[in-house]
Design a protein around this ligand. Structure first.
Ligand SMILES: O=CC(=O)O
Length: 313
């Protein structure tokens, strides 16, 4: 029987690429020298798209694929998929929730500690031999601080659990209050920021959450406040974040995500009170394998007419 056509939008984890190519007729979009010719010749064979946080399935791609049945993203975030278009066209959508929750929450706490305890600066201090000339300065304490979490979904809740273990008080902002959550709910993010020493962004990127962290929020967090973002770069008004840091209206930031990855605002590169990661929240061997397996299992379930494991649509 002819193998089902699957289009991968850009390079991902090698294991995923290999496993897909043993099961499906795998087309790698990034290897095609002429996209127009590629789609003219192959679009009718493609029944599935595998995307990720860099490139998913926008309206243009979906329209180019008349026999598309399913979009599987190798990510929990859905912001690179035109969900309305998928709904209209009856295209199923799956993502990789749960398996990455712990890793992303770990990175959020790692960023908080790295900023407060100046871990990267300390590392540079020792490696450059400066320690021989005198002691390193002081950091700030995490235990007992107030932490505000924007988005109390799977990842936000995992972060809350972790910072609770540090003796922190937890508040959160979400579209609606979570009846099960034992944390203080703030219907307004400015309110949450005003009552937090550390603000952690952990929500999904949607129209409503685009630049949810704006100047007002940063000013409410204040000159002793720390911002950590493990959601999406577009959650934060980046120029406002840069100004707040440069003008001392914010104490520091820990970022794993940026609006135009892999571009990072130039001014952030020279700041000691900022810790920058290259969008690696879920990038561990264990979790990437689990995410890849979930993509494959979802596709296999779909093409065998079995229920999807992690359906979005
Ligand atoms: O950013 C990572 C993801 O959405 O999985």
């Amino acid at each position: 029987m002819e193998k089902i056509g699957v289009l991968m939008t850009n390079p991902m984890f090698n294991y995923l690429e290999q496993e897909l190519s043993t099961r499906f007729n795998l087309f790698k979009l990034w290897t095609q020298p002429c996209k127009t010719k590629f789609f003219q010749e192959n679009s009718s064979y493609i029944k599935a798209v595998v995307g990720n946080t860099k490139c998913g399935a926008d309206a243009e791609l979906i329209d180019l694929l008349p026999n598309l049945e399913i979009v599987a993203t190798y990510s929990v975030g859905l912001d690179k998929i035109d969900l309305n278009k998928c709904k209209d066209k009856g295209v199923r959508v799956v993502n990789t929730p749960d398996v990455l929750t712990d890793d992303v929450a770990d990175v959020a706490v790692g960023l908080v500690l790295a900023v407060l305890r100046r871990v990267c600066e300390c590392d540079g201090f020792v490696k450059s031999g400066k320690w021989k000339n005198g002691d390193f300065g002081l950091g700030a304490k995490l235990s007992g601080k107030s932490v505000g979490i924007v988005g109390l979904g799977r990842i936000g809740s995992a972060i809350a659990k972790r910072v609770e273990a540090f003796g922190c008080s937890v508040g959160y902002n979400c579209r609606s209050q979570k009846p099960q959550a034992n944390y203080k709910y703030h219907a307004n993010i400015v309110d949450l920021a005003a009552n937090s020493q550390i603000l952690i962004v952990a929500c999904a990127l949607t129209e409503e959450t685009h630049q949810i962290v704006n100047r007002k929020v940063l000013d409410a967090l204040g000159p002793n406040g720390i911002l950590v973002n493990i959601g999406r770069g577009a959650h934060v008004d980046e120029p406002e974040l840069v100004s707040a840091l440069l003008e001392g209206r914010l104490a520091g930031a820990g970022l794993d995500v940026y609006e135009n990855e892999p571009e990072v605002p130039e001014q952030l590169l020279g700041l000691n009170n900022v810790v920058l990661l290259p969008h690696v929240g879920s990038d561990t061997e264990e979790t990437c394998k689990a995410m890849a397996d979930l993509v494959i299992e979802n596709l296999e379930a779909h093409f065998s007419n079995n229920p999807l494991l992690t359906p979005v649509i």
